[in-house]
Design a protein around this ligand. Structure first.
Ligand code: MOS
Length: 757
């Protein structure tokens, strides 16, 4: 139960609030999924295929089985039944890799599990897994980097159901492009990127008869339950998923992966709890990645800079069997005003593990392409890239033909420009210098979805003046524990240090996935509803239960404010703290349940809900040693009302640092010989770290978006990453004269720079 020692006297909404779970994390008492231990616990280690395309011919397990303390080597013939699962719209049964583990002998990607060793210790299980001998018939894997679309129909199956490949269309974009006075026609590429949360993925599975309980570091416990119930042929009530803390996920822990079913099946076969934790290498193979994307963007504009045509044709690669679609067109149809537009997509299958959402899926690679094209257009037109964006500001969401709920994009650009000093920009390449370094300046816009998932919550008020709020959502390190405490404190007047927040258990009221930056926005109305219902129950107790000082009043005579029940006629000063009322009536607690509907499946939405933002970036270029550094970033976010500016700024700063990694460092390399991700460790897969972090300034505009919820809070987990890479490549061009359209920017790219002094 996370708490902190702070007393709230007024509402904590909008106040810088340290995380209530912080002390648990820094003291090592926060229990992550693989930290749990149980009597008789066994350890499982999967055996990974060492080819990416072919067939398993023979599995020799004899040596491994003979090792002391080895309990079993499970493979296709002895693992028992693992069923398929299907999508259960709207929010259940989601999985990117749907094939049950060990379902056939075909190997489709490197690291696919072919067996699992179980032993009394992790070390023995690892040694046994290493001792399993596999022979294969092998074909050359296809991990080609050049993407050509598969011959798929125009309506295709995806992880989330059927989708049209023609994503958005208006006017006649071909004709408008052909006749445009100024044109950009470029292809932008983003590489495969692998999520590297510090906490490795893993499962502890245990059975009690037909009841399955698992501890898993999941970003979506209810969806995981729905998939496991199907895979083991159980009613969903028989499956319980517990996720108390998550050492981050970035999307890799949103949907179930095959290791989880392997652990459950092994535990079933042995009748003992089984713990299976992946290695860092496995994290690169079998639990998703951001797919490679290749996006052709065409912009046609007038000489004055008014957009006439926008076409985006994009591709992502994916695994052999899956349905993953990287929605690079998410922000395209509404971001700028343009009368003629088309967004169309395709996919290319490769011998790789399934892609999955990674922070800002779709929009992040998508905005790299479209915002880069906007910057190129500005350079061609010789107009300021901020001015170009101002010239094309839409009045409504032109993709859907509906108004925006709340959009302050131009104000983001204006404030960002002021804070950055953009007016001092000299647009000539290589013209700006400081301390012997060449400076490059770049800008980009950012956008991300908003809205709500369905959510439920319960709130208790207790006779010691404390409160409890419970919801089966998760805190993936973003601050959900703290936000829920702030919401309850706001409604009930209970100080933060007396609020218990309980998350991460499917026995709690169903909560949203920790995804899409939607948890905060989704939870506000559900928690408020629950708190209101708890207060209503309290007022009923006040008028009906013996011992209450309000026995002669009716329910309508009473009100609740700042933790006190009072007669409206007498005012709050004569009120009674709710704890006193409960004690006097011999009640331990009152409970309220709350609920709110989702918005994402609305067939005819009335408003277009998104967050907006921008980044101004300064790079330094040192040509003598080809050294490019991101030196300074000013970010402005229009993310609705910010409930916790401390955690909020932290989200944006982390995302900006991740964007530097996206622009300069991150890419997963698949060996063309055997299809293995060869930089599958934290030494070879480069991410930006503290030493790469620039001077960062983050501003929130803080306009409430009351279409999302009564507080006007949207989510801010992902938007900070959108656009960063496009601003960095623009700044890099400004410094070096080299236009990089394929990420990450490599030193080799910059060696062609003509800016040599
Ligand atoms: Mo995020 S990619 O929705 O976890």
């Amino acid at each position: 139960m996370p708490t902190i020692t702070e007393t709230a006297t007024t509402s904590p909404i909008g106040r810088q609030t340290p995380r209530i779970d912080g002390p648990f994390k820094v003291s090592g008492t926060a229990m992550y999924a693989s930290d749990f231990n149980f009597a008789g616990l066994l350890y499982a280690v999967p055996v990974e295929a060492t080819i990416a395309n072919g067939k398993l011919q023979k599995l020799d397990t004899r040596e491994a089985e003979k090792m002391p303390d080895v309990r079993a080597i499970f493979h296709r013939a002895n693992i028992g039944k693992i069923f398929r699962s299907v999508l259960q719209p709207p929010n259940s049964g989601i999985a990117d890799e749907r094939r049950p583990p060990l379902a056939d002998d075909v190997i489709r990607y490197y690291g696919q599990y072919i067996a699992v060793a179980v032993a009394d210790t992790f070390e023995t299980a690892k040694a046994a897994a290493d001792a399993v001998r596999a022979t294969y018939t092998t074909e050359k894997p296809n991990v080609n980097l050049d993407l050509q679309p598969e011959n798929e129909p125009e309506v295709v199956e995806t992880t989330h159901g059927r989708l049209k490949r023609l994503q958005s269309e208006r006017g006649d974009p071909d004709k408008a492009f052909a006749s445009a006075q100024v044109k950009v026609d470029q292809t932008y590429v983003t590489p495969a990127e692998t999520h590297n949360p510090i906490e490795l993925q893993g499962t502890i599975a245990m059975w009690d008869g037909q009841m399955l309980t698992i501890y898993e570091e999941s970003q979506g416990i209810f969806n995981l339950r729905s998939v496991l119930a199907q895979m083991f042929g159980l009613p969903k009530e028989n499956v319980r998923v517990i996720t108390k803390f998550v050492g981050s996920g970035f999307g890799s822990k949103l949907w179930p992966w095959t290791h989880c079913a392997l652990a459950c099946a092994a535990a079933r076969q042995l009748g003992k709890p089984v713990k299976l934790v992946l290695s860092r290498r496995m994290m690169f193979q079998s639990v998703g990645h951001r797919p490679r994307t290749q996006q052709r963007v065409r912009l046609g504009a007038t000489n004055e800079g008014k957009l006439e045509s926008l076409m985006q044709d994009y591709l992502n690669d994916l695994d052999i069997l899956g349905g993953y679609h990287e929605n690079c067109g998410e922000a395209t149809s509404y971001f700028y005003s343009v009368p003629n537009l088309r967004v169309h997509w395709g996919r290319t299958r490769r011998n790789i593990g399934s892609p999955t959402p990674m922070r800002g899926p779709g929009a992040v690679p998508g905005l790299f392409a479209t915002e880069s094209a906007m910057n190129e257009l500005a350079d061609q037109l010789k107009i300021d890239p901020v001015r170009l964006r101002e010239l094309n500001e839409p009045k409504i969401d032109e993709g859907k033909g509906i108004p925006f709920s709340s959009r302050h994009y131009l104000e983001c650009l204006q404030l960002g420009g002021e804070r950055f000093g953009w007016a001092n920009r000299n647009s000539e390449v290589g013209s700006m210098k400081r301390d012997g370094l060449i400076l490059g300046w770049g800008v980009s816009g950012a956008a991300w979805i908003s809205g709500r998932f369905p959510a439920q919550a319960s709130v208790e008020l207790r006779d010691d003046g404390s409160a409890r709020v419970a919801c089966g959502t998760q805190d993936i390190g973003t601050g959900t524990y703290t936000i829920l405490a702030q919401l309850v404190s706001d409604k009930t007047g209970v100080p933060l240090n007396k609020i218990e927040v309980v998350l991460g258990d499917t026995s709690l009221p169903p909560g949203p996935i920790s995804g899409g930056s939607l948890v905060t926005g989704s939870m506000v109305p559900a928690v408020f509803d629950a708190a209101d219902n708890a207060i209503t129950s309290l007022l009923t107790v006040a008028t009906t239960e013996p011992g209450s000082p309000f026995g002669n009043r009716t329910r309508d005579d009473l009100a609740f404010e700042s933790g006190r029940v009072f007669a409206k006629a007498d005012g709050p000063a004569k009120g009674v703290p709710f704890a006193d009322l409960l004690r006097r009536t011999n009640m331990r607690l009152v409970t309220g349940s709350g609920k709110s509907e989702g918005t994402l499946d609305e067939k005819k939405p009335k408003v277009s809900m998104h967050s907006y933002g921008c980044h101004f970036v300064e790079v330094t270029w040192q040509p003598a040693i080809a050294r490019l550094r991101v030196n300074r970033v000013v970010t402005v976010i229009d993310g609705g009302r910010i409930i916790n500016p401390l955690a909020g700024r932290n989200q944006i700063e982390g995302a900006v640092v991740m964007g530097i990694g996206m622009a300069l460092l991150e890419h997963t390399i698949y060996d063309p010989q055997n299809g293995a991700p060869i930089n599958s460790n934290l030494a070879d897969y480069l991410m930006s770290v503290n030493a790469d972090a620039p001077l960062m300034e983050v501003h929130f505009l803080d306009y409430p978006d009351t279409d999302v919820n009564p507080l006007g809070a949207r989510g801010i987990g992902e938007i900070g990453l959108a656009g960063v890479a496009a601003a960095i490549t623009a700044a890099t061009y400004h410094a070096t004269g080299v236009r990089v359209r394929e990420l990450p920017i490599r030193i080799e790219d910059l060696l062609t720079s003509s800016i040599l002094t």
